[in-house]
Structures are given as C-alpha cells and as structure tokens.
Design a protein around this ligand. Structure first.
Ligand code: FE2
Ligand code: FE2
Length: 360
C-alpha cells in the first residue's frame, strides 16, 4: 500500500480506502480527503481503521515538519456510518488552536455519534424487522447461523439483536476518538445561498460549504469547495442506495438532482466520492450523476413491475427473490451489495414499496 496520498488537485489529497469483499470478515474504509487552504485544514470522511489513520498521521507529521502551521482544523463526517465517522483522534495529531468536528445532527443519538459497530448492526436489524424477517434474508453459508437466530428472535428479539451485534461487529474497529467533542450540524442553522444561479441550503465552513444530501442516510452531507470546483459526496452515489431501510430513494434522487444542478451551472469540475474513482470534467460528472438518477428510477420501476407480476404481493422477501431471479439489475445489486449478504437488496425493495405507499 502506498503511504503517500494522491494529490487530486492543488490542496486536495486523497487517502485511498477499501471496499469490503465481505462485511463479516473485513470492514469497509471510505476514502479520506485532506484539504489544505492557507492556515486551514479539513479532513472530510475520516474513514476507519488503523491502516488509513497511520497513513494520514504520517502525512500530517510530514506537513508539520515542512513548517506548516494550521490555525483551524475541521474534521467532517459525510455521515455517521462506521466506515466514515471514525478516527476523530486525528484532530489531536493536527493540533490546531481552533478545531471542530462536524456531523449532521441526525448522526447523533443521546449526544453520542451513531458510529459504534454493535449498536449500528442491532439498530439496522431492528429497522429491517419492521418490513421483513432479516434473519431469513441471507444465503449460504450465513443462513446456517441466521436460521438459529431466526428461532431465537421468535423468543427474544432484543437478545437476538444483541447477539448479532456482537458477532457482526467482530471485524469492525471501534471508533477512535480524541479530545475534541463532535458538534451537530443543525437543520435550523441552514442558510439559503446562491451558487452560480442554483439556490441551495447549506452550512458555511470557512470558504467551503456543506450541503445536506440525504438518501443514503438521513445524516448525509456533501462538501463543496467553490474555488476548486470540487464536490465531495461521501456515499450519496453509492451503487446500492437506498441501502438501509432508514434511507430514502426519493431523497437520493433529490440530492443527486441538486448535485447535478451545480454541475450544470459549471460550479463543479471534480466529483470525489467516498468509495470509487474521482470523476473529472463537467461531461463525465453529469453522465455519472445521470446514470445514478436513472438507476434509481429503473430500480423503483423494476420493484413495481415485480409487484404487479406477483399479483400485488407485499411480502418483501418473496418480492426480492422474484427480482433476483427475473431482473438482471437486481442480480447485479445482489453482488454489489456485498457478496452473499442479500439483506441489503431487501432494504431497497422495502424502501421502494414504502415510498410508493404500499407498505406502512
Ligand atoms: Fe461508505
Ligand atoms: Fe454509508
């Protein structure tokens, strides 16, 4: 692994993350973006795990040896998921006199960031259980363990989720915090602004702007650096969206349309996702965002087509099985949304049905 970050453009460095081959065995790690402008530094999506944190620490120390003195530091999590909202201790390594760690207010629960692996998994299963039995949504070999949990769930749902949280979080590192407390970005503090003729709502962070881009999660934000025409979108473009039942296909579309409007208005020429390749140039970015918008629309239509074909069956598990059999798109999604963990495809189906008013 190359210790040095990639310099994308002046002042923007990318530390490469990794996409998990299997979440039960290895965690995801988002890319971490390191932005420097004068005496200000921003870490967007501080990622997770020691591997990437060590590379960033080495970079910070190299920059400090080069006589750089940062007065302000901002660590901003694009959302609260475990592969993004982590490594907050890096703010102490930077050691700027003024430091803030920001995350959308929806990413907190009881004053704590919702980034701890076991509660995250417990919560995900609690949410999924409202729409289908998630323990019966896995294929071989995980279904062997899951059948046992499905039985236990019938006796004690709470204890089953706790057990699953422990087992499912074994591969995930615990968050590493520093001395600075994360602060919530509040909806009430959003300001209306005009960016090249496009009206948006956002929060200002120095010369940069944070834009709410919900859909993947309710707490998703993107970072926009107007002078560099750079847009950091976290997981707003994740191919499996809407990947959790707390997500929203409608919000995903709305967020992508807003990002597309900024690009059409020639405000953006570099799009930097948390997973995957950096896109450059207006046409490349527009085509990429269009692909995701069409993908979401087609996905919703495929779910509705399966619903009609099934004689208006509202059973999420049966509909998912039908979609995976009949729809090449959903076959692909089953592979993309983590090998052998079909539960994420069930989420897509549940969200589509709910947003079409077919599920409560
Ligand atoms: Fe992610
Ligand atoms: Fe995520």
């Amino acid at each position: 692994m190359n210790m040095q970050p990639a310099e994308i453009k002046n002042g923007i460095f990318m530390f490469n993350g990794s996409i998990s081959r299997n979440l039960m065995i290895e965690p995801m790690a988002s890319h971490m973006y390191f932005l420097e402008e004068g005496d200000e530094v921003i870490l967007f999506d501080p990622s997770c795990g020691k591997g990437i944190a060590k590379r960033v620490e080495a970079h910070i120390r190299r920059r400090k040896k080069g006589q750089v003195k940062w007065k302000k530091a901002f660590l901003i999590a694009g959302h609260s998921h475990m592969d993004h909202a982590n490594n907050f201790f890096l703010s102490d390594v930077i050691g700027a006199p003024e430091t803030h760690i920001y995350l959308h207010e929806e990413g907190f629960q009881g004053g704590e960031v919702k980034n701890k692996p076991a509660p995250f998994i417990e919560n995900m299963f609690a949410e999924s259980s409202k729409y289908f039995n998630p323990y019966l949504a896995f294929s071989f070999p995980y279904n062997v363990l899951m059948f046992f949990l499905a039985g236990l769930d019938a006796l004690s749902p709470r204890m089953t989720r706790k057990l699953l949280g422990v087992v499912g979080s074994l591969s995930w590192p615990d968050p590493v915090n520093g001395s600075v407390e994360p602060e919530p970005l509040r909806q009430d503090d959003l300001q209306i602004m005009n960016l090249g003729g496009v009206t948006v709502r956002g929060w200002r962070v120095g010369h940069k702007i944070l834009l709410p881009t919900p859909g993947h999660s309710t707490c998703s934000v993107s970072l926009f650096w107007p002078e560099q025409k750079a847009l950091f979108v976290s997981d707003a473009d994740w191919i499996g969206n809407p990947v959790f039942v707390s997500g929203s296909l409608k919000d995903c579309l709305h967020s992508l349309e807003m990002l597309k409007a900024l690009c059409r208005a020639e405000q953006v020429d570099t799009l930097l996702p948390a997973h995957g390749l950096v896109k450059q140039g207006r046409e490349e970015i527009l085509s990429y965002l269009d692909f995701h918008i069409r993908r979401l629309e087609v996905m919703r239509n495929e779910v509705l087509a399966a619903y009609r074909l099934s004689g208006e069956d509202k059973d999420v598990r049966r509909l998912t099985r039908l979609l995976i059999q009949e729809s090449p798109l959903f076959r692909m999604l089953k592979l993309v949304n983590y090998p052998r963990q079909v539960v994420f495809v069930h989420h897509v189906v549940a969200v589509c049905l709910r947003e079409e008013g077919l599920l409560d």
